[in-house]
Design a protein around this ligand. Structure first.
Ligand code: NDP
Length: 299
């Protein structure tokens, strides 16, 4: 039987509806959750993502603002903007769109954001909180979204073998930290694979839950997947396709059709993990607003 599709669009819509309800509750208390995105430069892909984030905020009844700075902005000027946002009580979430221009140090930029406003979850304080299982922390949006996808699809995680392909700071590592914690939607036995892993397929074939985040188009094939596994495809890859109007199409890290014949559940690309990322950004922002309102935000 072919795998059931995990519908990221529908689950993201549910998360966004919950965020809108929480924003309305906070609104009644006189707090409008607000996210400020800072975009340095004019990279078209970044501009697109930033526009989508601002729109999603407004649709959830939140304040969404974008500060656009020229590509040649000195690093000190960006840091001064972050300082101002850190001090602004109307701003609950701050996100500096990555990548920043080459003359800036991204780690310096990330570390300047107040961790209680770091709704991207990239600050080392939040990375540490996610690792120690401190519920106060903000998890990076993509792995947090994967965890919600699993929970909302009724996937049992406790005691399962989770194999993660990729060890990046924004996906693979926090994904491992989230799934290895004790508690609901976690309690997995986690293996993290990367480009130096020997015999990748020997690991992936053990996975009850296989999460691919490597950025290699359709690299995961059916023979690498255990029958009945749940497969989550984080990859977003552009491949040439002269048959399409744009001349390219977007595929994941998993060869969808053949893996869908083996897996029990699978996320499509697009329409799987992608929509969850913005939904979790909104969820983190509304939570940041709630914590601040209750005086519970702490580093
Ligand atoms: P990175 O390039 O930062 O990390 C890729 C990871 O995959 C690295 O750890 C690398 O290993 C590993 N890797 C690469 N090739 C292989 C291989 N042949 N075998 C085993 N491991 C390999 O990517 P990201 O984590 O940022 O993103 C991964 C994918 O997810 C991309 O397609 C990206 O576009 C997508 N993405 C999607 C998001 C969404 O919203 N859906 C959000 C973020 C990312 P090593 O460390 O050894 O180099």
């Amino acid at each position: 039987m072919p795998a059931e599709r995990i519908d990221g669009v529908a689950i993201a819509a549910k998360v966004r509806a919950r965020v809108a309800a929480e924003a309305a509750t906070l609104g009644a208390l006189g707090v409008q959750p607000g996210l400020t995105v800072v975009l340095v430069g004019d990279d078209p892909a970044s501009a697109f993502y930033v526009g989508a984030k601002e729109k999603a905020c407004r649709e959830a009844g939140m304040r969404g603002e974008t500060i656009r700075l020229p590509a040649a902005t000195p690093e000190a000027e960006l840091l001064a903007v972050i300082d101002r946002l850190n001090a602004d009580p109307a701003v609950h979430g701050i996100l500096v769109q990555m990548p920043v221009p080459k003359h800036m140090d991204p780690q310096k930029v990330i570390r300047r954001i107040d961790p209680t406003k770091d709704v991207d979850g990239f600050h080392p304080v939040n990375a540490g909180k996610v690792l120690i299982g401190d519920a106060d922390g903000f998890a990076p949006c993509t792995p947090a979204g994967v965890q919600v996808l699993l929970a909302e699809s009724g996937v049992e995680t406790a005691g399962k073998e989770a194999v993660i392909l990729g060890r990046s700071t924004i996906v693979g590592k926090p994904m491992a930290a989230l799934l290895m914690q004790a508690g609901r939607g976690a309690d997995c036995t986690v293996t993290v694979c990367h480009s130096r892993t020997k015999d990748l397929a020997a690991h992936t074939r053990r996975a009850d839950i296989l999460i691919a985040a490597i950025g290699r188009p359709e690299m995961v094939t059916a023979d690498m997947v255990k029958p009945g596994a749940v497969v989550i495809d984080v990859g977003i890859n552009r491949v040439d396709d002269p048959a399409t109007k744009k001349g390219y199409r977007i595929v994941g890290d998993v060869r969808f059709d053949e893996v869908a014949a083996v897996a029990s559940r699978i996320t499509p690309v697009p329409g799987g993990v992608g929509p969850m990322t913005i939904a979790m950004l909104l969820a983190n922002t509304v939570r940041a607003a709630r914590l601040r309102h209750e005086g519970a935000a702490r580093t």
